[in-house]
Design a protein around this ligand. Sequence first.
Ligand code: AMP
Ligand code: MG
Length: 520
Amino acid sequence: MRSLRFDNRFIHELPGDAEQGSRVRQVLGALYSRVEPTPVAAPEVVAWSREMAATLGLSEDELRSPAYAEVLGGNALLEGMQPYAANYGGHQFGVWADQLGDGRAISLGEVLDGQGRRWELQLKGAGPTPYSRGADGRAVLRSSIREFLCSEAMHHLGVPTTRALSLVVTGDTVVRDMFYDGHPQAEPGAIVCRVAPSFIRFGNFELPAARGDIDLLRRLVDFTIARDYPELALQGEPLYAEWFAQVCERTAVMVAHWMRVGFVHGVMNTDNMSILGLTIDYGPYGWIDNFDPDWTPNTTDAGRRRYRFGQQPNVAWWNLSRLAMALAPLFADAAPSLQAGLDRYVAAYTQADRANTAAKLGLSTCRDSDLELMRDLHALLADAEVDMTLFFRGLGELDPAEESLASLHDAFYDDARRVQFEPAFASWLARYAARVAEDPSAAAQRRERMRAANPRYVLRNYLAQEAIDRATQGDYEGIRELLEVMRRPYDDQPGREHYAQRRPAWAINKAGCSMLSCSS
Ligand code: AMP
Ligand code: MG
């Protein structure tokens, strides 16, 4: 077995828990605890990302080998792996939750790839840790399939995200009460090997700050800047301020991508916000079918809808403001420096939103009036129950001067509404046609721009659920097929049209398709 090159800076340079093992405890003065994965019965690698494997220098034969199944299932360690669980806190649904930590994720170490890039490998569902808080440290197959597929789908869509190397079924069962309604069931267990340059979250900084452990906070900040933001060439408070501003900027770019492709994270707690601006922790996420800014897939949040689609840019700002509060003790005069960072968020988001508007409409620049054009379109899409992905993709294919919706009929979920809103769409299309006529781009250029911004294929909730249903019967081919489609989301893929269809009627109220709980 070829060895990966490990360079475990996080645990070598930062203070850890004096106690080892998984006894549940409050961990003070330390940023992680050393703990090993708990072995599983019969690990089998059922899917992997060929791009991630290639990046790490792993061959297909290796990933197929029983030896690697043992490693990716948590039964064996490769030379250089030093497993640990990270200690962090977080604001959950707006409320400070104190210590959370990796309750079921265990990091194996940091790999350096052939180009010197750093990749932390982390097993999600690898067994109990000091942060498991009475839970089992495991993950079920359905949620592992969702995380595996979505990480890779997002990557191919061009959205900053953590990645997934492999999906392992463990041969063990895991008991979950999927809807918290007193009906626990045994489900197949699974483990995803997640990969990212860093899994550090806002909550890693919030916890030492909340405990008044400013030395520990400063050590983590210095470490994060040195390892993950080496390009920042400042010192002292200006360095901290610029770093925070960069976190703000990256977060803005990430959320703007979510809004472009119709992704709803579902649980934007501060422990689920990456310090690198990566989409992290795929739980009860979902994709917009009919355009609805008020939609959330998360049944746990169905009442307040804190994390609904249209709210995501504001929530990200609020989360950054929690991070700013945590960092404040590092500044003599914190307010102006941190406010500058938050302002950077607003500026970066505004800019990204304008770029999205232009790209999604195929325009070479975004005028102020184009924002209005987009707002009006959004209102129409919501009122008329129109599929976001199909509409924008289709808009790029039609000749706006024709002012006819005929080629977009498939995007409508309700015929009566389509007929009702036809005149409104016709007048919107007339405005759009006039705007396109003023744009210097040729028709082909407009189309190209739109094809690059408006995916044909997204990981619709019902598609993931179909793959899950097949996998639950022991057929993992559906996962692999779906991954293949999602590798080229902007290409038309002849023969795969059915993966681009709007949500079928059967999926409207089916568990896993429109409603998901945090139980995973
Ligand atoms: P999440 O909602 O997935 O972001 O998880 C919130 C917190 O609960 C994190 O600290 C997780 O590690 C922990 N957690 C979630 N599920 C489990 C589980 N099955 N076993 C142990 N800890 C868990
Ligand atoms: Mg989490």
